[in-house]
Design a protein around this ligand. Structure first.
Ligand SMILES: Cc1cc2nc3c(=O)[nH]c(=O)nc-3n(C[C@H](O)[C@H](O)[C@H](O)COP(=O)(O)OP(=O)(O)OC[C@H]3O[C@@H](n4cnc5c(N)ncnc54)[C@H](O)[C@@H]3O)c2cc1C
Length: 534
């Protein structure tokens, strides 16, 4: 426990939002709309008003920098002994400040599954669709039933994508995957589609993050304090009630007290870590680290899920094109097996040569990545499950992330099908004007192809599900996002997903932030600031 000698250093708020990332920015903004409550946001990263965040085309270059937590998965035999990098944003806005800006709603069946797991119709597709309408300011083909037009998040189609994109759409449609104008329209209710993804890019290259869309417009308000470089270490309890947060700013300890609730929004790796350090987790494992138990919840840190991205099927350009917009202007959803109830594959274009450290040398990828383009096979309904474990009881001790990518044979089968499909598309006639030669993987015998897959596969950057909603003994929160067994503590980030959504995960995290705000408003009788006097 942090020793804070000066009682004046203990500040008092109504709500403390731990983590100013994607869901945290949404939630903090919504809570602060009621001028009667005081809200504190604690964010370990720094200011997002920098070019590396603003510029939508350069997001890949933030990986491995101080804007990234630089987590790595434990070395794994399933990945040929590799330790896969697991980038996550460490800056105001979190993932939404460093990510690839693709805005993907998630499939109808994802949310209906969440509703079924929680017994809460508020998570159903029909209910989530209404939240999306409130969130979005959609600047694309009209669809009043599914899209909103005056929400805080500007969503559009990339302007003037690289010419290669129209050839990819043509080739993918010819392979039997229909082309659609809006991948977040009816396509997210069916069996698959291809097209240009929705992106959160304004103008030529300006990132719209959840910090810029939600938090920055209200950061001058007297009832909202946003503290940067503030690392949350533990939640403190008075009996079974979460009452305060211990954190450090530049190494100096502080404590903030919450009169109403504390909400953990630190993402799918650090949220379970802080829970465990605070005494909430599996009793036996906490005891191994000498952590006093507050509540036995064996599901904390379990059920780790991520989409799996293969880096990648690469072609040398005939005529290199500079990346535009978010550098990933084409994607498709399809089934690896027609018998599946929903699409499980989502390959994506990367407008550069994209290869894992292990395979780059073997396939002579160009030193200048702009000389090539990649269709990266992606799996978005994985069966592989991992877990997160403490390595010590101090906040500075790293966590061990056992990602277990490709530990389930069904994932290998599905991704081999994705590789086949990507190669078929990339080598088909519409792409010939853009291809000098195929660089990776080429045609390989089946055994060698699987080895290459294990050498090339890794994260799609969508870590989630480690403190999941549900009603069984491994659930960590209920459908109202309340941590089981204690009071005054909720979770709102990617960790609460019972199962990962079909598609990139930023948009569903915004939904989680909005829903958390609705639930807290209803519990505490908060207003939105828009109420009119009776
Ligand atoms: C490189 C990359 C590319 C991606 N591309 C896309 C994409 O194109 N489309 C898409 O939909 N999704 C994408 N994602 C994923 C998406 O951004 C995440 O799923 C989403 O942002 C997760 O939201 P969250 O609220 O759960 O956590 P985050 O947004 O990660 O927020 C967690 C916040 O908590 C802070 N924090 C953590 N620990 C502490 C602590 N101890 N104390 C204080 N603060 C703490 C972090 O610094 C961070 O700001 C990408 C992610 C990355 C990293």
């Amino acid at each position: 426990m942090i020793d804070v000698p000066d009682p004046a250093a203990q500040e008092h708020f109504d709500f403390i939002v731990c983590g100013g990332g994607t869901a945290g920015c949404v939630l903090a903004r919504r809570l602060a709309e009621d001028p009667r409550v005081r809200v504190l946001v604690l964010e370990a990263g720094g200011d997002d008003r920098i070019e590396a965040v603003r510029n939508a085309t350069t997001w890949m270059r933030t990986i491995g920098t101080e804007l990234d937590w630089q987590f790595r998965a434990q070395p794994s035999d399933w990945l040929d002994g590799r330790s896969a990098p697991l980038p996550m944003g460490k800056v105001l806005g979190g993932g939404s400040s460093v990510n690839g800006l693709v805005w993907a709603r998630g499939h109808r069946s994802d949310f209906d599954h969440w509703a079924q797991q929680t017994g809460d119709a508020g998570w159903s597709y029909a209910a989530v669709l209404e939240l999306y309408k409130r969130i979005e300011s959609w600047d694309g083909p009209a669809d009043a039933a599914r899209r909103g037009s005056d929400g805080p998040v500007y969503v559009t189609l990339p302007r003037d994508p690289v010419p290669l994109v129209s050839a990819l759409v043509e080739a993918t449609a010819a392979a039997g995957i229909p082309a659609v104008a809006d991948l977040n329209g009816a396509a997210m209710e069916g069996g698959g589609a291809c097209g240009i993804p929705n992106v959160t890019v304004r103008g030529r290259d300006e990132r719209v993050s959840m910090a810029t869309a939600y938090l920055r417009p209200v950061m001058g308000q007297a009832n909202l304090v946003v503290r940067l470089h503030a690392s949350v270490e533990r939640v403190r309890f008075d009996g079974m009630r979460a009452s305060a947060v211990e954190y450090t700013v530049n190494g100096s300890p502080r404590v903030a007290r919450a009169a109403m609730e504390i909400i953990l929004c630190m993402g799918a790796i650090n949220t379970p870590k802080v829970l465990m350090l605070s005494g909430i987790g599996d009793e036996r494992r906490l005891a191994e680290h000498g952590i006093a138990l507050v509540q036995h919840l064996p599901g904390v840190g379990q059920n780790f899920q991520d989409h799996i991205l293969v880096a990648g099927c690469v072609w040398e350009y005939q005529q290199p094109e500079a990346p535009r917009n978010n550098s990933a202007e084409f994607t498709f959803f399809c089934k690896s097996d027609p018998a599946l109830p929903a699409p499980d594959l989502q390959p994506v274009l990367e407008e550069c040569a994209f290869g894992s450290e292990r395979v780059r040398g073997d396939f002579a990828l160009p030193a200048d990545p702009s000389l090539a383009w990649t269709l990266a096979p992606g799996l978005v309904r994985p069966y592989s499950r991992g877990h997160i474990a403490l390595t010590g009881s101090r906040p500075g001790d790293p966590v061990a992330v056992h990602a277990n990518f490709l530990s389930d044979r069904r994932d290998v089968r599905a991704l081999l099908r994705a590789v086949e499909l990507c190669r078929e598309i990339g080598n088909s006639p519409p792409l010939r004007p853009y291809v000098r030669r195929e660089l990776m993987p080429g045609s390989l015998p089946p055994g060698r192809m699987e080895t290459w897959l294990r050498q090339a596969a890794g994260t799609y950057f969508h870590q989630s599900c480690t403190a999941r909603m549900g009603r069984d003994k491994l659930a960590v929160v209920d459908g109202s996002l309340r941590v089981y067994g204690v009071r005054g503590l909720r979770i709102a980030d990617a960790s609460v997903m019972p199962a990962i959504t079909t598609g990139n995960t930023m948009a569903p995290c915004v939904v989680i932030g909005e829903r958390a705000a609705d639930l807290l408003r209803s519990t505490h009788g908060l207003g939105t600031g828009q109420e009119t006097a009776p």
